[in-house]
Design a protein around this ligand. Structure first.
Ligand code: SF4
Ligand code: SF4
Length: 155
């Protein structure tokens, strides 16, 4: 894999990132792995406090990132194209921030130099979510939450 260039997260637009830089841009918040429910009539998305069963709840990282699309066909890859289509990414998502030309927040591991800062800042799924594993799909509604990104709004 290609090398990470100096301050690529602040100096380069998304279009110029190599594969390694693209992957490193993820802050590890796990918020894109929340289970979401869609109202079929209105297409409105509702968030739950459930997370994908492949998410490691301690690290908030995918436990089988390489094979995630085989194991979880609904998992959306974050790409230049899908960024234009996905409306449910949190405003704190590093890809969303950079797409909009904004800088990363202080708690992003690339900025802080500490992989834990995204968790200690209260941005990630750590501590308030539970795995969907073992929960029947018809019961997902019991776990609906108000827009979780309001309370996770970064300073
Ligand atoms: S929301 Fe964005 S930054 Fe956070 S884990 Fe998902 S892709 Fe990475
Ligand atoms: S498969 Fe992995 S990356 Fe995809 S939603 Fe589940 S935990 Fe997240």
């Amino acid at each position: 894999m290609a090398e990470l260039r100096a301050k690529f997260w602040q100096n380069l637009p998304l279009e110029e990132l190599n594969e390694a830089e693209w992957e490193a841009l993820c802050d590890g918040c796990g918020l894109c792995c929340l289970v979401k429910l869609e109202d079929e009539d209105t297409e409105r998305i509702y968030f739950t406090r459930l997370v994908c069963s492949l998410l490691d709840e301690a690290s908030c990282r995918c436990s089988d990132y390489k094979n995630r699309h085989q194991k979880m066909p609904d998992c959306r890859a974050i790409t230049l194209q899908s960024l234009k289509e996905i409306e449910w990414l949190p405003p704190s998502c590093a890809y969303r921030l950079r797409e909009q030309g904004n800088p990363l927040y202080w708690w992003h591991p690339l900025v802080s130099g500490n992989r834990d800062s995204v968790h200690s800042a209260g941005i990630s799924t750590r501590g308030w979510t539970i795995s969907e594993q073992g929960i029947k799909e018809e019961d997902f509604e019991d776990f609906l939450v108000a827009n979780p990104f309001d309370s996770n709004s970064p300073e």
